[in-house]
Design a protein around this ligand. Structure first.
Ligand SMILES: O=C(O)CCC(=O)C(=O)O
Ligand SMILES: [Fe+2]
Length: 328
């Protein structure tokens, strides 16, 4: 059968379940169940109406095309992406999912991550001293010392750089890059309010997370920002591949609708105040490749695993908050 014999059509939300059933034959149904809300899709049917190919654009995962017929894959991709309804559906439903579950990962969004990682090394080499004040603010960048299990300062070991944008211009450039800002704008837009021309950024941090090191324990960023606003977006940029071994981010989906008590930490987390998920809470590892951006509601309960790897680091940058001033 020549490719011309196939009918390619963009799919709307109500047809996605059928697409998922079809995909189940290729990729396993479980994988698709929780991804359906955010996808734009196109399907190809043969003369008898049978499905012979599917292309899905998942805003979080990128494209997935299943089609064994030469030439049809690109037609499927074109149909899904050209469909204004499909594209808008994908963007809007991903944004809705963000406000419902409290976070969204954009894997590998920033190709410049390796270069920024080098710049962070330069920044660390330029450090003129470290402070043990975990909250150091208002004096430009502050290099904060890491502590050991007894809560004592480890000489020469940096836990984090506060106000990292003051130590390296690369930091703000990255947070203000069109790829990041556009996604933040989309998230605000779906709330039904006019999105501002720009979003404001506040507070920047860098964590080198050396082998054996930590960054943060369980918390809601709002606790440290001194606000309970449910509309502030926090941002993490992972400059290296992150996984369970080298200290990936962990989140409790949906927890941004709840309040958690924060109490003074102990041991490796002696500095700062931290919370605890409930025993019944689902804890999700956010495993992402280098250059990934994770946007999350500043009320979402999150943490980072300890870096258990013997040699790998886990460099990451964090933005205290994005906020669209007139909708807060
Ligand atoms: O290190 C991480 O992955 C998370 C950092 C964080 O939550 C923060 O800086 O507030
Ligand atoms: Fe945080």
């Amino acid at each position: 059968m020549a490719p011309a014999d196939f009918v390619v059509e963009a799919l709307r939300g109500e047809h996605l379940e059928a697409a998922a059933r079809f995909l189940g034959a290729f990729a396993g149904p479980a994988r698709w169940e929780d991804r359906l809300r955010g996808v734009a899709a196109a399907v190809a049917r043969g003369e008898g109406g049978e499905v012979c190919g599917v292309a899905l654009l998942d805003p979080e995962m990128g494209w997935e095309v299943h089609c064994g017929i030469p030439g049809l894959g690109s037609r499927l991709v074109a149909a899904a992406s050209a469909s204004a309804a499909g594209a808008a559906f994908a963007a809007a439903s991903a944004s809705e999912a963000f406000w419902a579950r409290g976070f969204q990962a954009f894997p590998g969004l920033l190709a410049q991550a390796p270069l920024i990682r080098e710049k962070m090394d330069l920044m660390m080499r330029g450090a003129s001293g470290a402070t043990s004040d975990w909250n150091a603010v208002n004096e430009g960048a502050a290099f904060v010392s890491a502590v050991d299990e007894r809560g004592e300062v480890i000489p020469g070991r940096i836990l984090k750089v506060q106000a990292a944008a003051c130590a390296s211009s690369a930091v703000l450039e990255l947070f203000a890059s069109p790829q990041v800002v556009e996604r933040v704008r989309q998230l605000y837009e779906v709330l039904g309010q006019e999105a501002p021309k720009h979003v404001d950024v506040f507070g920047t941090k860098f964590f080198p997370m050396w082998p054996g090191g930590v960054s943060v324990h369980w918390h809601q960023d709002g606790h440290f920002f001194g606000t309970a606003s449910p509309r502030i977006i926090s941002c993490g940029i992972y400059l290296e591949d992150t996984d369970e071994e080298n200290g990936c981010l962990q989140v409790v989906p949906g927890s941004h609708t709840r309040s958690f008590e924060h109490v003074k930490g102990e041991g490796l987390h002696a500095q700062g105040e931290w919370a605890r998920p409930d025993d019944s809470d689902e804890i999700l590892d956010v495993v992402v490749p280098a250059g990934s951006v994770v946007l999350f509601n500043s009320r979402l309960l999150h943490s980072a695993r300890r870096n258990q790897h013997e040699t790998r680091t886990r460099y990451s940058l964090h933005l205290g908050r994005f906020f669209a001033a007139h909708i807060i």
